[in-house]
Design a protein around this ligand. Structure first.
Ligand code: TIU
Length: 220
């Protein structure tokens, strides 16, 4: 077992039953002209998570531990995009509309792809998900069960939307979940801070959080 100095208390995991899950580090959330920006967000906040997420990936790759990447995407015909999701609010471009990186959040379009710094390596699992949570309408649960994964270490964007939703889904399914603090970001710094707090409140009601250095120190 490896024990990490985490909050609200130590997080222990068996590397044989642990995966890294990198949530939605896609061009559509991080680069100009994508879904994040079309919703009216300041995408510059996303930059901070890239280096730490890359460090985490390098750590897992060096150890030969499993890595899962997710992408929030929809089918070309939008049959997996509820109208309630597409029609909400008044974005400058909606899901499926044509933007500078192709159709917004559509599978196979340039904007839906994971950014080059974090691009999946051969053999890493990539999950396309139509929702904010990575378990809803995907085979993630079955894939993790097949591999006997019981602990998940999280990175990705955004902290309070797809990362937190997926952590909550995983927590309800019995996974032990650790979020690496610098490897996640929100368009709203106050939402990131609040999400970290609510995850680890009440004795780790959703899971644990830890700085990257705490994980590195525990592994090396
Ligand atoms: N808008 C926002 O903060 N996030 C999303 O729409 N998706 C993810 O978090 N990936």
């Amino acid at each position: 077992m490896i024990t990490v100095d985490a909050e609200p208390f130590e997080f222990s995991f068996d590397p044989a039953n642990t995966a890294l899950i990198v949530i939605d580090m896609q061009r559509d959330f991080i680069e100009p002209g994508g879904f994040g920006e079309t919703l009216g967000n300041d995408i510059s906040h996303m930059q901070r998570a890239i280096g730490p997420a890359r460090d985490l990936l390098d750590l897992f790759r060096a150890q030969g531990w499993p890595v899962v990447h997710t992408r929030e995407t929809h089918r070309h015909d939008l049959s997996d995009c509820p109208p309630a999701k597409r029609e909400r609010g008044s974005p400058s471009l909606r899901i499926g509309d044509h933007g500078p990186m192709g159709r917004i959040l559509i599978r196979g379009e340039p904007g839906a792809e994971i950014i080059p710094d974090l691009f999946p390596a051969e053999g890493e699992i990539v999950i396309d998900k139509p929702g904010k949570g990575a378990f809803y309408a995907t085979s993630l649960g079955e894939i993790l069960a097949e591999r006997e994964i019981r602990s998940l270490i999280f990175a990705g964007v955004t902290t309070e939307v797809c990362v937190q939703t997926t952590m909550r889904e995983a927590n309800d399914r019995g996974f032990e979940c650790l979020l690496i603090e610098e490897a996640t970001e929100s368009y709203f710094p106050q939402f990131k801070a609040a999400t970290l707090d609510m995850i680890r409140a009440q004795g780790g009601i959703v899971g644990w959080t830890a700085p990257l250095q705490a994980l590195k120190a525990a592994v090396n």
